[in-house]
Design a protein around this ligand. Structure first.
Ligand code: WTA
Length: 653
C-alpha cells in the first residue's frame, strides 16, 4: 500500500456515513426525500412515474393487475415498442447527438453512432432479420462480445417484436446449445471473433460447434469483427452483406402489448439447468428507464458508461435499454481494463468526459490492487456519479473508489438487484440519501423489500436474515420461460401464503438491516457461487466435472477470493482404476470450460476418497466451504463419515 493509501485509510476509516455534495443534489433528477412517502401513499399508482418516461401508442387501462398473482401484469393493455422508445423518438431533437460511443480493445479503434445512424442500422438489420425469416415472437439468440452490432441486433429484434436471448460470449458451445434448445430458438446472430489483450480470439468455431449440437435447424448471421484476423467464409449469412442488401430500408416498429416478452435471459439457480428469465416490454423498459433516471441520474446530455458486458442483465438494463430510452450517450468498451495498460478505463473516462461510471466490486478490487497511480495519471473530473453492482462491496473498496475515482465528490450508489428483478431494487437515491459504505441502502421508493427470519417475520435491526420482497414491481420477471411451476417453486414458495393470496418474492440472498432501514446484502444463501459478479450454479459445475471420464462424484463450493469475491473449489472422487494426478485435474478443469466457459474454471480441484455427507446422504457443502476458506469447522456430529473431514483438510492446507 502506498503512503497515500495509508493516510486515506486512517482518515476515512472512521467515517461511516457520507453525504452527497450540495452541488450534486441541486442538479439531481430526484432530490426530494418526500418521494418515499409519495410512492408509498400512492402505490401502485406511483409506478406511472416510470411509465411516463416512455412513449406509448396506446395508454394502459390499469397500472397493476394482481388477480392471478404471482403472475402479475403491469400497465395492462398498454401498447409500445422498445426500439421506438430507445431510438426513433429521440430523432426530433437528438438525431445528431451520439447514442453509442464504441471503444474497441485495440487502441484507436472506435466507432460513434448518432441516434440517426443507430436508427439506420437498426432498421436495416430489422429488415434483414425479416428477410431471413424472423417473425414476431420468434426468439433470436445472440452470442456476441461487446461490439456495436449486439445492441443494434437487440433493438432490431425489439423493433419487429422478436424477443432476444443474449448468451454471454465467454460461455461455451455447450452452454449456447442448451440455451438455444431451451428457448426453441431457430436464429443466431454471432461473429467471427474479437480481441482479448491484443490477440484475436476465435469465436466462430465455438458458435458453429454450438449450432451443430442443437437438435433443430438454425439460421445464423455472422458479423465480421476481425476482418483479415478472422474467418467467416464458411458461414451462412454475413451481417454486412445482409445489411447492404437492405440499405436505406425502414421497418415500422411493431406495436407490442406491455406484457409481451422483450427478451429472455438465462441465469443460474440451485438446480442444474439454467433458468430462462422472461422480461416484458412495458414493465421492464419502464423500470430500466426509471432507475436509470432516479439512481444513475442520467440526463440526455450525459456521457454515461457502464463497464459490464451486455451478455449479463446489467448490460441489458444499463448499457442498452435504460440509457437509450433516456436518449443519452452510452459508452461501450470491448476489452479488458488492463489492456494495453492498467489505466485503460481512466483513459476512456478522460477522453470521452464520462459523467457516470457504473462498474463492479471485482473490478474495483483489481484497481485497488494495481494502485492509485493509474487513475491519478488521468483527469477524471468529468465524473459526477459512481455506481457498483454484482456483489457486496466491502467498505474499504467503497472508500477507495469514492476517494481515488470520485475525488470525494461523487456519490457512490451500491445497487442491489438481480437478473430476475430487471433493475435496481435496493440502493440510495444519490440526490436524496446519505451513503453508508458496505450497505446498499434502503429499498427504492415503491419497492417493498425487508429482511426476514426463517418464519418470514422481520428481523430486529442488526440481526441477519433473508431478503424478501412483499410487493411486486414493474421490472420483475413474469415467469421462467415455459415453466410456470419452476417459477413458483424457485421464487414464491418460501414465504408466500397462497391461501391468503399473499405473495412474497424470495431472492435467495442473506441480508442485515440497520436502524435507518439500510440493507447490507450478505450474499447468496442458495447453491449459487458469485465469481467476479457472475452467477454460477454449483450443480452446473458439478455435472460438468462428473461428466469427465474417471470422476465419480463431485461437490463444488465457493471460497473467498481476493479479487473475484468468490472462487470455485471443486472436491472430486475418482473412479476405481484411475489415478488422481495433474492430468485428471486438468481434464476436470477442461470439462468445466467446455460445459460452461472459462469463468467457471475451478481455482482448485481436490481429489478425495469421500465427501462429507449427512446421515441421509446429502453432501454437506457448508463444511466444504469452511474447509476451502480455512475456517474452523462447526458441528460435524451429524456427519455419517466424520473422519473424512480431517482427510480433506490435510489436502487443502
Ligand atoms: C448479488 C446482477 C450485494 C446478489 C445485477 C444477487 C449483490 C446476485 C449486489 C444477482 C450488491 C448483486 N450487493 N450483492 N449491490 N448486486 N448482488 O442475477 O447475490 O447476475 O442475488 O444480477 O448478485 O446476480 P445477477
Amino acid at each position: 500500500m502506498s503512503e497515500k493509501d495509508v493516510q486515506l485509510e486512517a482518515r476515512l476509516e472512521e467515517q461511516d456515513t457520507f453525504e452527497p455534495s450540495e452541488e450534486f443534489v441541486e442538479q439531481a433528477n430526484v432530490s426530494d426525500a418526500g418521494i418515499y412517502d409519495e410512492f408509498e401513499e400512492n402505490w401502485p399508482g406511483c409506478w406511472e412515474r416510470a411509465a411516463e418516461l416512455l412513449d406509448w401508442y396506446e395508454g394502459y387501462d390499469e397500472v397493476l393487475n394482481d388477480e392471478d398473482a404471482p403472475f402479475y401484469e403491469w400497465f395492462v393493455d398498454g401498447r409500445l415498442n422498445a426500439s421506438y422508445n430507445c431510438v426513433d423518438r429521440h430523432l426530433d431533437e437528438r438525431a445528431d447527438e451520439v447514442a453509442i460511443e464504441w471503444v474497441g480493445e485495440p487502441v484507436d479503434e472506435k466507432r460513434t453512432y448518432t441516434y440517426e445512424e443507430l436508427h439506420e442500422e437498426v432498421n436495416e438489420f430489422a429488415a434483414a432479420l425479416r428477410d431471413i425469416g424472423v417473425e414476431e415472437d420468434d426468439v433470436v439468440t445472440m452470442y456476441m462480445p461487446m461490439i456495436p452490432e449486439l445492441p443494434i441486433a437487440m433493438l432490431a429484434c425489439a423493433r419487429i417484436g422478436a424477443p432476444h436471448s443474449v448468451v454471454f460470449a465467454g460461455f461455451s458451445a455447450d452452454a449456447l446449445a442448451t440455451r438455444m434448445e431451451s428457448a426453441d430458438s431457430e436464429f443466431l446472430v454471432t461473429c467471427d471473433g474479437y480481441y482479448r489483450r491484443g490477440d484475436p480470439l476465435d469465436h466462430a468455431s465455438k458458435a458453429s460447434e454450438g449450432v451443430d449440437d442443437v437438435d433443430h435447424d438454425v439460421t445464423s448471421v455472422f458479423v465480421d469483427r476481425l476482418g483479415a484476423d478472422g474467418d467467416i467464409s464458411s458461414t451462412q449469412y454475413g451481417y454486412s452483406e445482409l445489411v447492404d442488401e437492405h440499405e436505406g430500408e425502414t421497418v415500422e416498429p411493431v406495436e407490442r402489448d406491455a406484457e409481451d416478452m422483450l427478451f429472455l435471459m438465462y441465469t443460474s439457480g440451485t438446480t442444474g439447468t439454467p433458468k430462462g428469465v422472461k422480461h416484458t416490454t412495458g414493465g421492464y423498459l419502464s423500470y430500466a428507464a426509471w432507475t436509470s433516471h432516479a439512481v444513475l441520474d442520467i440526463k440526455p446530455d450525459d456521457t454515461y458508461w457502464c463497464s459490464a458486458d451486455i451478455g449479463w442483465i446489467t448490460g441489458h438494463s444499463y448499457i442498452v435499454y435504460g440509457p437509450l430510452a433516456l436518449g443519452t450517450t452510452t459508452v461501450m468498451y470491448e476489452g479488458t481494463p488492463d489492456y494495453p495498460d492498467k489505466d485503460r478505463l481512466w483513459e476512456i473516462v478522460e477522453e470521452y468526459g464520462v459523467d457516470q461510471l457504473y462498474t463492479a466490486p471485482t473490478a474495483i478490487r483489481a484497481f485497488m490492487k494495481w494502485g492509485s497511480e493509474y487513475p491519478e495519471a488521468h483527469d477524471l473530473s468529468s465524473l459526477r456519479l459512481l455506481g457498483t453492482v454484482g456483489e457486496p462491496i466491502n467498505p474499504r473498496a467503497w472508500k477507495w473508489y469514492y476517494k481515488n475515482i470520485g475525488n470525494e465528490n461523487c456519490p457512490v450508489v451500491d445497487t442491489w438487484w438481480q437478473t430476475e428483478t430487471g433493475g435496481m431494487m435496493v440502493t440510495t437515491l444519490p440526490g436524496v440519501g446519505d451513503m453508508k459504505p458496505g450497505s446498499a441502502g434502503p429499498p427504492l421508493p415503491g419497492v417493498s423489500a425487508n429482511v426476514v427470519d426463517e418464519e418470514g417475520d422481520e428481523v430486529e435491526a442488526g440481526d441477519a436474515g433473508y431478503l424478501a420482497v412483499d410487493k411486486p414491481w414493474p421490472g420483475m420477471l413474469r415467469t421462467l420461460y415455459r415453466n410456470d411451476e419452476r417459477f413458483i417453486n424457485e421464487y414464491w414458495d418460501e414465504y408466500s401464503n397462497p391461501d391468503a393470496d399473499e405473495w412474497v418474492y424470495f431472492p435467495e440472498d442473506g441480508a442485515k438491516i440497520d436502524d435507518d432501514g439500510y440493507i447490507t446484502v450478505l450474499g447468496r444463501v442458495d447453491d449459487v457461487i458469485n465469481v467476479s459478479g457472475h452467477r454460477l450454479g454449483t450443480m452446473e459445475v458439478e455435472s460438468a466435472i462428473v461428466g469427465v471420464e474417471g470422476i465419480a462424484e463431485a461437490a463444488v463450493v465457493g471460497a473467498e477470493h481476493e479479487l473475484k469475491g468468490e472462487a470455485v473449489y471443486a472436491y472430486a472422487i475418482i473412479e476405481d482404476g484411475y489415478v488422481a494426478d495433474d492430468e485428471l485435474r486438468e481434464r476436470a478443469i477442461e470439462g468445466v470450460e467446455e460445459a460452461i466457459g472459462p469463468i467457471a474454471r475451478p481455482e482448485e480441484v481436490i481429489f478425495t476418497d469421500e465427501l462429507p455427507k449427512t446421515r441421509s446422504g446429502k453432501i454437506m457443502r457448508r463444511l466444504l466451504e469452511d474447509i476451502s476458506n480455512e475456517e474452523s469447522l462447526g458441528d460435524t456430529s451429524t456427519l455419517r463419515n466424520p473422519d473424512v473431514v480431517n482427510d480433506i483438510q490435510s489436502k487443502v492446507d
